[in-house]
Design a protein around this ligand. Structure first.
Ligand code: SF4
Length: 480
C-alpha cells in the first residue's frame, strides 16, 4: 500500500520529521591567528601580505612547533616526523592561512590543549598527515602507482596531457604555494621526499610553453585548456599573463580555466594589485573574444572558506572572470559525509559565490588507502547530497578512472563488490589510443580500498594481489 503524505504526518503524531540535512546559513569566520604563540604579534597588515604568508609557510616539524609551541604535545610532532620519514609522498608546505583554519573552534587553554583537536581536524588530516593516520595493513593498494592517471603517457608535448578529445591539461610548473598530502600529481609536484624522488621537466619552461602553444595552434579540435601545475599562483604573473594572452589569440580555444588552490590556500596572492589588474586585462580580452575565462580552485572543508577567501573570489569576479568553481577531493576523515559535503558547498556558494562543481574520488596513489573511499560509498554520498543545493550548484562526484577519465560514480558498468573492482567504459579515445580499434569496447578497472571489502574479498587480495597486478601490466603491454 502506498503511504500518503497524510499517513506519514499522522505516523509522526503531527510532528514534522527532521530532514537528513538541516540547512543553516553560517557567516564566514577568519580565525584569530594570534591564538598561536608563534603569531601572537602578527598584524593584520602582515597577515594580508602574500609575501609574509609565503615566507612564513611551515615546511618542517620544527617550524610547526615554532608556531604552535606546546599547545600541541610531542606525541603529535613525533607522529608527524615519522610520517615525513616513512610515508609522505608530498613535502610539507602549509601556508599560515591554511594552518590558521585548523582547530580554530577549540579553546587553547595550556600545554597540550590542542593536541586532540589537531589530530581530529579535517584540514590537518590532509595537509599535515601523521603516521598513525595511515593504515598499517594495505597502506597502498596493490594497483596504486605514482602517476595513477597515466598523465605522462598522454603528454602530447612535455607537460601537456591530451586525454579527452576536445580538452587538454597544461602543467605549467611543478610547484604550489601549499602541498596537499593526497596530491594526485605526487610523481611530479613538489620537492622529493625520503620515499619519493620526484620527476623533473627536462625542457626549459619558455620552450615548453612555446611547444604547448604550437600544439594547440596545430590542433583545432582542442577548444578547452586547463592551465594548471602545480598551481598557477606560483608562476610569476608576467609569465602567466603572457601564456594566457597567447592562448586567447588561438581561435579554437573557447574555454580557459586557471587552476589555483591558492585562491583558498593563499588568497592574499589573488588580492595583490598587479594580479588583479592583470586578471582584469585577461578577462576583458576574453570577454571581447567570447572565451570563458574561469578559475578552478580546490577546497575540501567548510572551515577553509573564510572572509579573505571570499574577498579573493569577489576580486576575481570584479576583474571579470566568468566563474570561480570548486573541485574538491573526497577523503575519509576530511569530508566523507553528507553533512560535511553540504556544509562545504553552502559555504562556497553562499559565502564566497564559488560554484561547487566536482568532488573527485581520491586517486590510487601510494599510501592513500586511509583517505580513499569505495565507489559504493561515493555513490551513497552523491545520493545524499541531491536536492538541497540548486541543481546548477550540485556537485558531481566523479571517479577518475585510469585510461578513461572522469566518470560520474553512478556510471559504473559492472561492480564486483566482493573484490572491490569496478569496470568502466568510455565513449572517446584518449591521445594514446588513436589507432586502437578496441579502446571503446574494452572495460577499464578501478579498485576500492581493500580494508572496505568483506573478509572473503580481503582474502582474495592476499592471495592474488601480485597476479592481479601482473595481469594488468601484461594487458597494457598488449594494447600499447
Ligand atoms: S594544490 Fe593541487 S597540485 Fe598542488 S599539491 Fe595540492 S593537489 Fe597537488
Amino acid at each position: 500500500m502506498t503511504e500518503t503524505l497524510e499517513d506519514a504526518v499522522e505516523a509522526a503524531d503531527g510532528r514534522a520529521l527532521p530532514q537528513p540535512y538541516s540547512y543553516t546559513h553560517h557567516p564566514l569566520v577568519e580565525p584569530d591567528w594570534r591564538r598561536f604563540p608563534g603569531w601572537a604579534d602578527i598584524t593584520e597588515e602582515e597577515w594580508r601580505s602574500a609575501q609574509w604568508q609565503r615566507s612564513h609557510c611551515v615546511k618542517n616539524v620544527a617550524q610547526l612547533k615554532g608556531v604552535l609551541g606546546d599547545l600541541v604535545d610531542d606525541r603529535f610532532y613525533d607522529d608527524l616526523a615519522t610520517d615525513v620519514q616513512r610515508a609522505a609522498t608530498m613535502s610539507m608546505l602549509v601556508t599560515p592561512q591554511m594552518l590558521n583554519t585548523m582547530s580554530s573552534s577549540t579553546e587553547a587553554s595550556g600545554p597540550g590543549s590542542l593536541t586532540d583537536a589537531f589530530y581530529a581536524d579535517a584540514v590537518r588530516r590532509y595537509m599535515l598527515p601523521v603516521f598513525s593516520d595511515r593504515l598499517t595493513d594495505w597502506t597502498s593498494h596493490p594497483h596504486a602507482t605514482r602517476d595513477s592517471l597515466h598523465e605522462h603517457e598522454m603528454w602530447a608535448v612535455e607537460g601537456l596531457t591530451h586525454r579527452y578529445p576536445t580538452k587538454v591539461l597544461a602543467e605549467m610548473l611543478p610547484t604550489c604555494p601549499q602541498y596537499c598530502g593526497h596530491c594526485t600529481r605526487m610523481d611530479l609536484v613538489g620537492n622529493s621526499t625520503p620515499t619519493v624522488e620526484k620527476l623533473k621537466f627536462v625542457t626549459k619552461p619558455d620552450t615548453r610553453y612555446q611547444e604547448i602553444l604550437d600544439y594547440l595552434r596545430a590542433n583545432p579540435g582542442v577548444r578547452d585548456v586547463v592551465v594548471s601545475g602545480g598551481d598557477v599562483a606560483n608562476l610569476p604573473w608576467p609569465r602567466l599573463e603572457a601564456f594566457v594572452a597567447a592562448l586567447l589569440e588561438i581561435d579554437n580555444i573557447r574555454d580557459i580555466r586557471l587552476a589555483s588552490k591558492a585562491l583558498m590556500g593563499l588568497p592574499q596572492h589573488w588580492l595583490q594589485d598587479d594580479v588583479r589588474a592583470g586578471m582584469e586585462r585577461l578577462a576583458t580580452t576574453a570577454r571581447k573574444r567570447g572565451v570563458g575565462l574561469a578559475i578552478h580552485t580546490h577546497v575540501n572543508a567548510a572551515q577553509s572558506v573564510t572572509p579573505i577567501v571570499a574577498e579573493a573570489a569577489r576580486a576575481m569576479f570584479d576583474a571579470g572572470v566568468r566563474d570561480v568553481r570548486n573541485q574538491g577531493v573526497l577523503m575519509r576523515g576530511v569530508n566523507a559525509s553528507v553533512n560535511d559535503l553540504l556544509d562545504l558547498c553552502f559555504s562556497l556558494l553562499d559565502g564566497a559565490g564559488i560554484m561547487p562543481y566536482y568532488f573527485y574520488m581520491c586517486d590510487m596513489i601510494p599510501a592513500a588507502e586511509h583517505w580513499r573511499l569505495s565507489v559504493w560509498e561515493a555513490q551513497a554520498l552523491q545520493h545524499g547530497i541531491m536536492g538541497y543545493l540548486p541543481g546548477f550548484a550540485t556537485p558531481r562526484i566523479v571517479c577518475d578512472v585510469p585510461y578513461v577519465g572522469k566518470r560520474w560514480v553512478h556510471q559504473v558498468h559492472e561492480y564486483d563488490r566482493e573484490r572491490g573492482i569496478t569496470y568502466w567504459t568510455k565513449n572517446y579515445r584518449t591521445g594514446i589510443e588513436t589507432a586502437d580499434a578496441e579502446a571503446l569496447e574494452r572495460t577499464y578497472e578501478y579498485y576500492d580500498p581493500i580494508h572496505t571489502l568483506p573478509v572473503s574479498g580481503q582474502d582474495w587480495w592476499r592471495e592474488h594481489a601480485a597476479a592481479s597486478v601482473a595481469e594488468a601490466d601484461a594487458s597494457r603491454e598488449v594494447h600499447s
